[in-house]
Design a protein around this ligand. Structure first.
Ligand SMILES: [Fe+2]
Length: 206
């Protein structure tokens, strides 16, 4: 019997930093809602890789639809992990206007901080699940992208620096249907030091 076989390591959820329980305008309950979903995505990722490792290749047609379903579900789980890890890491700051390298990038590529913020907010209002500010390595500049779900629509060779979660669980407890006020609160809690650390780590040229 031929089976798929590959090496993979199980991963564990990262711990939340304490500042996330003291955000302005985003409650502890909302952060916990994100975290329990995030834990679920980590478990799902481990579970799917375990299932793929050992898929029986002997009944080809059936097995390809099984592999497809598992790999699509895997991209959803991994999207939920990566998006939330950015979200958790770059909240807990004082918001306001960016400074340092990210301010230079935003001003260069959007014209002004207010134009960048307006575009990201509109992207967050337009998307069903996520909006990102990402650096596109091929174009050498920032863009704001829209995502409907965890695994739509990432752009190849672009690195997300800001991940705005606009799924209903992100705002419904605190703002009911008022997503715009939640997005304002998101901006108010951004930690620009973290974003600047990423710009430095990735060696993005400003
Ligand atoms: Fe979330």
């Amino acid at each position: 019997m031929a089976t798929l076989a590959f090496q993979f390591e199980e991963i564990s959820p990262r711990q939340l930093k304490p500042e996330l329980y003291e955000l302005d305008g985003i409650s502890r309950e909302s952060v916990e809602a994100h975290y329990s979903l995030y834990e679920g995505y980590v478990n799902k990722r481990n579970e799917i890789l375990g299932k793929l490792d050992g898929v029986d290749l002997s009944s080809a047609n059936q097995v390809y639809s099984e592999i497809r379903a598992l790999k699509v579900e895997l991209s959803f789980a991994i999207g939920g992990i990566k998006n939330h890890e950015i979200y958790f890491e770059h909240l807990g700051g004082g918001g306001g206007d960016p400074d340092g390298l990210i301010a230079s990038l935003i001003n260069r590529d959007f014209g002004s901080v207010s134009d960048w913020r307006a575009d990201l907010k509109a992207s967050g209002m337009a998307g069903r699940g996520w909006a990102w500010t990402a650096y596109d390595w091929d174009e050498g500049r920032l863009f704001n992208y829209v995502g409907d779900t965890q695994n739509t629509y990432p752009i190849w060779n672009a690195t997300p620096l800001i991940a705005l979660d606009v799924y209903e669980h992100a705002y419904f407890l605190d703002y009911q249907t008022d997503r715009a006020s939640y997005i304002d609160a998101f901006f108010d809690n951004l930690d620009w030091r973290t974003v600047n650390d990423w710009v430095s780590k990735y060696q993005i040229q400003t």
